[in-house]
Design a protein around this ligand. Sequence first.
Ligand SMILES: Cc1ncc(COP(=O)(O)O)c(C=O)c1O
Length: 483
Amino acid sequence: MDALAQAERSFLDRHPRYRNTTALDELRRSQYERLDRLGHRYLDYTGASLYASTQIQQHAQLLLAEVFGNPHSSSPTSALATRLVERARGAVHEFFNASPDEYIVVLTRNATGALKLVGESYPFDHASRLLLAFDNHNSVNGIREFARASRAAVTYAPLLLPDMRLDPEQLSASLGASGASTHKLFAYPAQSNFSGVQHSLDWIEIAHAHGWDVLLDAAAYVPTNMLDLSLAKPDFVSVSFYKMFGYPTGAGCLIARKAVVSKLRRPWFSGGTITVASIKGDRHYLQRGPEAFEDGTPDYLCAPAIEIGLTHIANIGYETIHARVESLTGWVLGQLGALRHGNGLAVVRIYGPLTTDARGGTVAFNFFDKDGRFVDHRMVEDRANDMNISLRTGCFCNPGGGEMALGISEAELSACFSGNPISFTLDDFRQCIDDKSTGAVRISFGLVSNFADAYHFMQFASRFVDKRAIEIQHSSQLFIRLD
Ligand SMILES: Cc1ncc(COP(=O)(O)O)c(C=O)c1O
């Protein structure tokens, strides 16, 4: 028996639920065969999921079978296109169990598009508040600029180390201490794209009880976890579909609760969003439904791929996807945690929970050399690239997660930024935050990950054992090599 087969046997002994997910191996063979044919070790499902060949075939067949015009008029080709968009909306309602009586589905280009719609339309004023989780993605953090422009108070809910979960005491206090505010928006990720932590969905009702509206960024959560909006009822949910099923890349959605949508104020109007606009009369009337938030012509040819993708996930079943991702994550967490240099020092520091309880399949960490110095994440990425391993490094558009995990203080950041009002590169940052890593390495499992992916990654990781990182100054740039 070769080393991989032997390792898989002991993995299966420890993670027996993985055996119930073998349908995914068949799926990988039949519909994702390019992965193994091209020898990729794909470990960036939090960046993007991958698509099955049948998704592309079904989409192409549908487009080739009909003639579609610009939607929203009564011509036969236009009516067909309108139907595509309405079907996509209906499929999203059904998939997330979001009753059309309660929620609208706005089709966007991605999660960022959904988040920007909320940010620019939320009625922030000088007496309102925006409360953000510390480990939000930048597309959520950016909402603070809309809030500040309206003089709303912006605060952050901190995380507790080492697990990087929201600090329950501080969050409860922040939610409770906002009495006389007008509009209050609390925005947090259902799953952190940095640490993989799944923040409790219970925060939604706790926030509601204190009069907050809740924006749940579900972009990193829904690829491997069911979000049932008949059970959890956030006011806004942001999703990118390519993160769930790989294709299409230009589609996401905002799912918004009707009760709260009525207080949103769009900052402009455009084609597609109005019933009537007049030049001489100087008035415009917005549509009443989701169309009021969909600027211009919707991507009607892409729309059917949304239903095809959602059906693909539903056919596989979240239970299967979740069981597989959880098993692989559990195994890698154990293996990485146990990796030691000959002198006993840990090779890896993992940021976030070390067990699979309330966490997803995203694992962020850094390698440390045998002297305990961190190994620059950019060098790790170069080495992974050489082995056809796709992973991520940096802070993954999640600066708060990175600053918490890497222990970068407010004082250090202020000192760095104060001398650099306009431009600031990653190299500038690295030199400023001396002796600390400015980023991490991230791997993530998803839909068709298998044990071989995890095993080959651990083979890669074990190459850092007993190595020393050496910095080499070359012209003005700093390079690192391992000895
Ligand atoms: C948690 C989270 N939110 C939002 C986004 C933004 O998604 P997109 O770039 O597709 O708009 C991402 C992307 O990585 C994410 O991981």
